[in-house]
Write a new protein. Structure first.
Length: 465
């Protein structure tokens, strides 16, 4: 029997206001557009205290390294995800190539939700600019197919999602502090998901984030997915940042020193010029950097999203057949769909390696092979040992665990937004008991005993001609 898992569509969509009065007390109020309730935390600011100045051993900031972007102000819009994701891509591009990207927040929203043949899009008659909420994962889905000369080539995931017996979705971090620090230093800024408005301390123009209404206390490292309502980014760290700062005014004190340098999209009046510090032990999940490339001339693909994983056993072999030629240089796909519960990304018990074969369109002749191994799950582009000239051809990939696929159309997934997919005969296939089965046929899902039709698998062919 085949194993299948459905993927939830995450959404960070909270806009907020932070109101601070210049007296002995400060009120921090969550005025989220997604809820009618508000949470007010009153803290007493002491008149005298010893100020800690971040720096020295155990400290690193992308800003001090000359890598960064201006602080933006999203205002009352729910577009935190677009601002933070664009910042992540721009900073990663600066580190990788030494230059900036020619992209805007408006383009990000239009690309994600704008009209297209399939994928996530505005409902008929709607406009992408009016859609609330989103995720950096949405952007990877669409930009992995190429946009304005750019193509996503690397996006490791640092968190995993799973569901409990009550159908409540949770997220948890799967990267260590040291692994996140290495990525920040060598690759770029990391997206971070938080519950904005709870656990914020304003201390002498320094925003300190230590969420002590934490789901961590009840569920260990697991955080209820609905709890994470805002997306920002981290751009540095200080291993020696005093834990006492986060334990002020009755807040739960972390057990150890250390904090992430946190960047908001609320203008320079927020925190210290738009930045703050978040305890290593605060309630959040992080995701990986997004690396783009302008080296590819075209991308062939049948998918605009990833919402489903399925398997035929410990190994799953699937393929896309393409009918357009050129100089094939690389293959893109997602890895890490395994485990015995639903999962989008995140480290798991499966091997993080895949085997790629370039074959003719009938799956007979093998034109090239490539094996790739990854430290984290996510989306990756794998370069072939050398480009090959192809006409009609197939890309065959063997995964350890689940293969990534579009899944079925879900209709309206939130107000004004539809998720629509389709597949045609002769596009995507799965190898089962020595026979290639067409995934566009309902009978294939029945044969594999899947709960839904996978439609197209997420395999992309990248060209350099």
């Amino acid at each position: 029997m085949a194993i299948s898992r459905r993927i939830v569509l995450p959404c960070a969509c909270m806009a907020f206001v932070m109101a601070v009065t210049c007296c002995d007390k400060a009120e921090i109020t969550d005025t989220s557009v997604a809820s009618e309730e508000s949470t007010t935390i009153t803290v007493t600011i002491p008149s005298e205290t010893t100020d800690y100045i971040p720096g020295g051993d155990g400290y690193y900031s992308l800003l001090d390294s000359g890598k960064g972007t201006d602080v933006q102000d999203q205002g009352y819009s729910p577009d935190c995800w677009a601002y933070s994701s664009l910042d992540v891509m721009r900073i990663t591009n600066q580190i990788a190539y030494g230059n900036d990207l020619d992209l805007t927040v408006s383009e990000i929203k239009e690309l994600t939700y704008g009209p297209k043949e399939e994928g996530i899009m505005v409902a008929e008659g709607g406009q992408a600019k009016n859609i609330a909420g989103g995720s950096d994962q949405y952007i990877v889905w669409v930009m992995s197919n190429g946009y304005n000369g750019y193509t996503v080539i690397e996006n490791p995931s640092l968190n995993e999602v799973f569901v409990d017996e009550n159908d409540v979705y949770f997220r948890s971090n799967c990267a260590s502090i040291e692994q996140m620090q290495e990525m920040l230093r060598n690759k770029g800024a990391l997206p971070v998901y938080v519950k904005y408005g709870s656990g914020i301390i304003n201390y002498k123009d320094m925003a300190l984030i230590n969420d002590d209404t934490s789901y961590n206390e009840n569920n260990g490292p697991q955080i209820e997915d609905n709890f994470l309502t805002h997306e920002a980014l981290i751009v540095g760290w200080d291993d020696n940042f005093p834990k006492e700062y986060f334990g002020q005014y009755g807040h739960r004190m972390p057990s150890t020193d250390g904090a992430w340098l946190y960047k908001e999209s609320s203008g320079t009046t927020w925190g210290d010029g738009g930045y703050g510090w978040m305890s290593y032990e605060s309630t959040f999940t992080a995701n990986g950097y997004i690396l783009l490339s302008d080296s590819y001339s075209k991308v062939l693909s049948y998918d605009n999203s990833l919402t489903y994983g399925f398997s035929t056993g410990s190994e799953t072999t699937v393929a896309n057949v393409f009918h357009e030629g050129g100089k094939l240089s690389a293959v893109g796909t997602y890895v890490g769909m395994g485990k015995d519960y639903y999962e989008y990304f995140g480290m798991n018990d499966d091997d993080h390696d895949i085997t790629i074969e370039i074959r003719d369109a009938d799956f007979n002749e093998v034109l090239a092979t490539k094996t790739a191994t990854f430290d984290f799950d996510g989306y990756y582009v794998v370069e072939l040992d050398e480009p090959i000239d192809v006409e009609e051809f197939s890309v065959v990939i063997t995964y350890h665990g689940n293969a990534p696929a579009e899944g079925e159309s879900a209709g309206e997934i939130k107000s004004g937004v539809n998720y629509l997919v389709d597949s045609e005969a002769g596009q995507s296939f799965v190898l089962y008991n020595g026979e290639w089965l067409d995934l566009s046929e309902d009978s294939t899902a029945e044969t594999l005993e899947l709960e839904q039709k996978p439609n197209n698998v997420c395999i992309k062919a990248l060209f350099t001609d």
